[in-house]
Every structure is written in structure tokens, then in C-alpha cells.
Design a protein around this ligand. Structure first.
Ligand code: TYD
Length: 352
């Protein structure tokens, strides 16, 4: 096992988003000595309500701001010994509509953060550690008829969408700062996350909240695309173990060991919610739609002793559906406003 590092004060970027907010909440609970500063621009998907329960926590500070603001980042970093970069535009369909925010936040934002770390932590950046939270989508697509094929950390990058291309660029920039300057940088690449507080443009909360409103669920193409579903708290645990025990300059794949076709996923949601198949509305396929993502997470197990314990179905899915059923006010507010315009543009149907 590699040496374990203890950090005192994390700068978490994008901590008001889905994965970031689960990470902030979990780390405050799991690591009683750790302080967290959360820098979040509160764009459409970042929501202060996601962390309403820890507002006022003595080890937590929220700062509204953008990761492309180098001066602000540097000021915050002065007291921090690690960065965990969650801040990103993350929805493939939005990147197909307009790629520019993806380049600004995901590529430029990552470069600004990395440079601010060097400016603060010394030329080699070694006074701190930088963890870039990435995605398995950078590897492109696997075939559905070869289940033995999985993404490993050495699978060549071959992104399909503007989103995944921007994340591949960010990963490479992070690694370049390690190779060029010796900075202590690590990259994680996860499979599809699910769980509480996910923005309902993503398939699971979109389908669950549609069904709760009596609306059909828009299933893309033939529904045979496969995703490896990882519970967000499993993911947060894995990120923390990489942060504390990972080796500089290394990539770690994080998966749920839980591959499902979209059709199977949809049927499982319908079953749990007691709805019939007539609630499925087949719609045109997504452009450039990756067929299958599946992660080989054996490096995480071998090096860090981590493996998913919450991702398996049906429990993980049923608990998640239960969370959306218990938190209708949260998603009703999130689904109103600007999101409603996006939804109508995508699916042409009214959404409340
Ligand atoms: P999504 O949640 O957007 O995640 P990603 O594109 O990062 O995998 O989509 C998951 C899968 O669900 C993907 O294969 C596309 C499909 N999908 C639908 O069939 N209908 C939808 O309305 C959405 C949003 C996604």
C-alpha cells in the first residue's frame, strides 16, 4: 500500500454540484479533522440547496466564484493543501447544443487551477496535491457484443462528444503539469454516477421525476446502450482514497461493477415505481451516442483496497428513487426556471 497522506484543508471546486456536494458532505463526516472550502460558480446545475444541511458547519466555507478567476483561486489556495476539481460542465446533450462553456470551464478552468497551484505551492507545486475528477467517457465507446472488453487506465483516449473531448483535454493538461513541473497530480475517471441530488437532465433523475409527474420517459434510440452505474457515495469514497493514498502522476478508474442497458435500467425504474411499459416514449438517438462504457476498477482494489459496496441493484436504485420521492420540493424547484426551457427544447414536452 502506498503512503497515506492526511490533508488539513481541501479546496473543493464545484462542490455545489451533484458529485461535489456528496463529496463535501461525506468528507466532513468521514474526516473530523479536515476543513473544506467550496468554490462554486452556481451555474444552472450548482445549487446551494444541495448543501443546505451543512450550511454553518464549523469546518466548511462556501465561496461563490469561478475557477477561471486565477486571482480568487490563488487567494483561497494560500491556506489549502489539496485541490479536488469537480467543477465542470458535464452533460453530453448540452455539449452537442453548444460546446463553448465546456471549453471555458473544463479546459481553461483546469489550466487556471493548475497554474494557481504552482503560483501558490512553489514551482514544482509540491506543497499541495491536485486531484482532477474525470470521466470514463474520455475512452470513447466499447462494443456491446464483447462484454469482456473494459476500459483500463491504459486504454487510449478516444472521446466522442464535445463534453468528453473537453474532459480528455483537462486530464492531459493535469498530467502535463505533473510531467513538466513535477506537480503532485492525480486523475480519477469514473463511470456513470447516480444517487441523491443529481440534476434531472441525467437519465435516472429525469426518468424518475417524469414518472412522478405522470409523464413518459424519453428513451434514446434502441435503448441498448450500456452504462456502468456507480453510486455517488461509492465514488466519493474512492476519490478520497485516491487523494490520500494514490501515487502522483497516476490515473485511477472508478466503476460500479454494475453494467446495465438503458432498456434494463428503464424497466427496473418502472418496476420499482409500479408503472407500465406504456410510459416509455422512444425518441431519436443522441448524435454520436457512445454504445457502451464499462470500467475495469481492479487498480483501485489492488493499490488502495477500494471496491464499490453501494452501487449494486436493486437496492442502490430503489434507495435513490426513494430519495427523489422524499424530496419532491428539491427537484420541483430544480426543474423549474431555466431548466424548463432546456427540457422543452430537448424533448418538446411541457415539464413542471
Ligand atoms: P446520461 O444520464 O445523459 O449520461 P451519459 O451520457 O454521460 O452516459 O445518459 C445515460 C444514458 O441514458 C445514455 O446512454 C443516454 C441515455 N438517455 C436516454 O435514453 N434518454 C434521456 O432522456 C437521457 C438524458 C439519456
Amino acid at each position: 500500500m502506498p503512503e497515506t497522506r492526511n490533508f488539513k484543508h481541501l479546496l473543493v471546486t464545484g462542490g455545489c454540484g451533484f458529485i461535489g456536494s456528496n463529496f463535501v458532505r461525506s468528507v466532513l463526516e468521514w474526516r473530523p479533522g479536515v476543513r473544506i472550502t467550496n468554490l462554486d460558480a452556481l451555474t444552472y446545475s450548482g445549487n446551494l440547496e444541495n448543501l443546505a444541511d451543512i450550511e454553518g458547519h464549523e469546518r466548511y466555507t462556501f465561496i461563490k466564484g469561478d475557477i477561471t478567476d486565477g486571482g480568487l483561486v490563488q487567494t483561497l489556495l494560500a491556506d489549502c493543501d489539496a485541490v479536488v476539481n469537480f467543477a465542470a460542465e458535464s452533460h453530453v446533450d448540452r455539449s452537442i447544443q453548444d460546446a463553448s462553456p465546456f471549453i471555458t470551464s473544463n479546459v481553461l478552468g483546469t489550466q487556471v487551477l493548475l497554474q494557481a497551484c504552482r503560483n501558490t505551492w512553489g514551482d514544482d507545486g509540491k506543497a499541495g496535491r491536485f486531484l482532477q475528477v474525470g470521466t470514463d467517457e474520455v475512452y470513447g465507446s466499447l462494443p456491446i457484443d464483447k462484454p469482456e472488453e473494459l476500459f483500463t487506465e491504459s486504454t487510449p483516449l478516444d472521446p466522442s462528444s464535445p463534453y468528453s473531448a473537453s474532459k480528455a483535454a483537462a486530464d492531459m493538461l493535469a498530467m502535463a503539469f505533473h510531467r513538466t513541473f513535477g506537480m503532485d497530480v492525480l486523475v480519477t475517471r469514473c463511470s456513470n454516477n447516480y444517487g441523491p441530488y443529481q440534476f434531472p437532465e441525467k437519465v435516472i433523475p429525469l426518468f424518475v421525476t417524469n414518472l412522478m409527474q405522470g409523464e413518459q420517459v424519453p428513451l434514446y434510440g434502441d435503448g441498448k446502450n450500456v452504462r456502468d452505474w456507480l453510486h455517488v457515495v461509492d465514488h466519493c469514497e474512492a476519490i478520497l482514497s485516491v487523494l490520500e493514498g494514490g501515487r502522483p502522476g497516476e490515473v485511477y478508474n472508478i466503476g460500479g461493477n454494475n453494467e446495465r442497458s438503458n432498456l434494463d435500467l428503464t424497466h427496473a425504474i418502472l418496476d420499482i415505481m409500479g408503472k407500465g411499459k406504456e410510459m416509455i416514449r422512444p425518441v431519436a438517438d443522441r448524435l454520436g451516442h457512445d454504445r457502451r462504457y464499462a470500467i475495469d476498477a481492479s487498480k483501485m482494489k489492488a493499490e488502495l483496497g477500494w471496491q464499490p459496496t453501494r452501487s449494486a441493484w436493486p437496492k442502490g436504485l430503489a434507495d435513490t428513487i426513494g430519495w427523489y420521492q422524499d424530496n419532491t420540493e428539491w427537484w420541483q424547484r430544480v426543474r423549474s426556471g431555466a431548466y424548463r426551457d432546456y427540457y422543452e427544447k430537448m424533448y418538446g414536452a411541457a415539464s413542471s
